[in-house]
Design a protein around this ligand. Structure first.
Ligand code: 5AD
Ligand code: SF4
Length: 589
């Protein structure tokens, strides 16, 4: 049983006042819980006084047990199409589970994983008969896919909820009531605190509960709040084909694993996304094949720690030896054994379509296998780009962060990567002002930024998160203004070094995957080079080297060669030479 389930039960049972405003599930568990005196639960008579309860009482009488709920949350049923809904829970009818063409507006916050989760959630709702809308005013259901990584991320959601409140209260009575849901990490972290703080929130679904969305929305139809924040040990949504949000998209994110076991001391992710689990290789390959058939030209394999990918679903591979960590690296968890590893997956994925670019994020610097580096070097369609989050340049801080490596081990790995993959583009994440960070530690981070000269960087001020090891064991002792000053300094140094690194492209020709018009000027197009840097060039006619003699304009999804004429810390600019293919062209200087 999930520990939260227990706490929630006890609290609900002890709360005074009608329970009709919470999901049936909580009512049901309340009645079934033997360790709580039955008098602590509101009497059935009292509950019947509430109109909503009346609607459900007869069905609850024959309703599911607590075990039924656990089963439906952890081993979800097959997703029916809207016309073939089977086996609804006993307290709902088939019709109530269907979306009945209600329009869903989805808004995504946070990381790429959340972009992918949004597509998974939408895929599930679409199969249940919901329609998607990109017009907020038109929506019957608004779902926010949320992030908890820093305080600021959560504050953005609270602010958004305040705006949505007025939309809900001004809703015309002639329309179906507007339902609002919080999905993802914030639902998981704050659980019923959200329902208590914002009464206008109707449903909560944690990152492992998206299959339950049709049921949660059906319960919310009756005016009750409904929540499922159970984390799972095995949910990977392997059989849910995410629905691409934009039909003109050239690239997609493919989730290959969920959760995280690393337990870095600052990080909330293991608590919001649960234990690490890998999706079976076969289902990943099937999804990539489908994306290739749809004409997509780039996939990014997503996981919190992709190089600890381990598909144990196929028994014959389970005798393999455990991972060898690179010299100077350690891990916070017991060594895991067997299974199909990331190098195997990357090899298989890259063979599907030679015209499809493959990226992955994020690897942890520990256990970075040579086979992966070799594959990146050998395969034209695996991008020569590695995101290697350092977090700090000080060994002392890295230890407090429980990262499992020193500055020296990290730098050695960077050298090894650069030797193995000449011209590799490097990016990283850094945190400024972690607990106990001295000025000297900060300068160490500055010097790491100078030494490595990353092409792309993501820099953050430390934000203390409850539940983490740092919250329990360390002191958030760096004043906010010092954190921000250090962050500014890191950003300045990063930009200076990235500008130098990116200027080395000037005069070179880059293979660019075209994404679409540039945001700044309709006369320009925008795409990305192999290293994932944005490249801007004028939208003019060029030679089509794939169809000799023709003159064409570049379209999203085309590969073009662009001669680079200028560079900044974030963008390259140039002029387009010709349309080409990934197979036939490489970048050159
Ligand atoms: N405060 C600030 N930044 C954080 N990150 C993760 N947790 C925190 C936190 N508590 C950053 C790390 C991570 C990236 C996704 O977010 O740099 O790599
Ligand atoms: Fe993504 Fe982490 Fe934010 Fe969750 S908390 S959305 S995993 S960045």
């Amino acid at each position: 049983m999930h520990p939260f389930q227990c706490v929630l039960r006890a609290r609900r049972c002890l709360r005074r006042g009608p329970l009709a405003s919470v999901s049936w599930l909580l009512l049901r568990t309340c009645r079934a819980h033997s360790s709580v005196p039955s008098s602590a639960c509101p009497s059935p008579q009292r509950q019947q006084e509430d109109g909503v309860w009346k609607d459900f009482s007869s069905r609850l009488a024959t309703g599911p047990t607590f075990q039924d709920f656990l089963r439906s949350a952890s081993v979800p049923p097959e997703q029916p199409s809207s016309s073939e809904v089977e086996d609804p829970p006993p307290y709902l009818t088939v019709d109530e589970l269907l979306g009945r063409q209600r329009r869903v507006y989805l808004e995504t916050y946070g990381c790429q994983m959340n972009v992918n989760d949004t597509e998974i959630a939408w895929s599930i709702l679409q199969k249940s008969g919901y329609r998607r809308t990109s017009n907020l005013q038109e929506a019957d259901v608004i779902l926010l896919v949320t992030c908890s990584i820093r305080e600021k991320a959560e504050q953005t959601i609270w602010n958004r909820l305040h705006q949505l409140k007025s939309l809900k209260s001004k809703r015309l009575r002639s329309r179906v009531p507007l339902r609002i849901g919080i999905l993802g990490c914030m639902a998981e972290r704050l659980k019923e605190e959200i329902l208590n703080r914002e009464k206008m929130v109707d449903i909560l679904a944690g990152p492992d509960a998206y299959r339950d969305l049709p049921r949660l929305l059906a319960v919310a139809e009756s005016g009750q709040q409904a929540a499922n924040v159970l984390l799972s040990l095995d949910e990977t949504y392997a059989d849910v084909m995410p629905v691409q949000t934009s039909p003109s998209a050239t690239s997609a994110f493919v989730s290959i694993m969920r959760g995280c076991d690393n337990m870095c001391s600052y990080c909330i992710v293991p608590f919001t996304r649960g234990r690490e689990r890998s999706r079976p290789v076969a289902s990943i390959l099937e999804e990539v094949r489908k994306l290739s058939e749809q004409g997509l030209k780039e996939v990014t394999l997503l996981g919190q720690n992709v190089n600890s990918f381990r598909d144990n679903s196929e028994v014959q591979f389970n005798n393999a030896v455990s991972t060898n960590l690179s010299r100077g690296f350690s891990t916070n968890y017991k060594a895991k054994q067997g299974g199909l590893r990331f190098a195997h997956l990357l090899d298989q994925v890259s063979r599907i379509d030679p015209e499809m670019r493959i990226r992955f994020t994020s690897p942890h610097p520990k256990d970075f296998p040579d086979e992966v580096l070799q594959l990146i070097r050998e395969r034209d369609n695996i991008c020569k780009q590695i995101h290697l989050p350092a977090q700090s340049g000080s060994s002392r801080v890295l230890e407090a962060m429980r990262r499992g490596y020193s500055r020296e081990a990290y730098v050695e790995l960077i050298h090894h990567i650069r030797e193995s993959i000449p011209g590799v583009s490097l990016s990283s994440d850094f945190i400024a002002g972690f607990c106990g960070e001295t000025e000297e530690d900060h300068l160490q981070t500055v010097s790491l930024l100078r030494e490595v000269q990353y092409n792309i960087g993501f820099l953050f001020a430390y934000s203390m998160r409850q539940k983490t090891r740092a919250y329990h064991r360390l002191k958030d002792d760096i004043p906010e203004e010092v954190k921000l000053r250090r962050l500014e300094e890191l950003i300045t140094v990063f930009r200076e070094e990235a500008t130098k690194a990116n200027k080395s492209f000037v005069g070179c020709t880059q293979l660019v995957l075209v994404e679409g018009p540039s945001k700044r000027s309709a006369a320009d197009l925008c795409g990305r080079n192999d290293g994932n840097l944005k490249v801007i060039f004028a939208d003019v006619e060029m030679e089509d080297a794939t169809d000799s003699g023709l003159r064409v304009r570049a379209q999203p999804g085309d590969y073009v060669l662009v001669k680079i004429t200028s560079a900044s810390s974030q963008t390259l600019k140039g002029h387009v030479l010709c349309k080409t293919t990934l197979k036939d062209s490489t970048a050159y200087c």
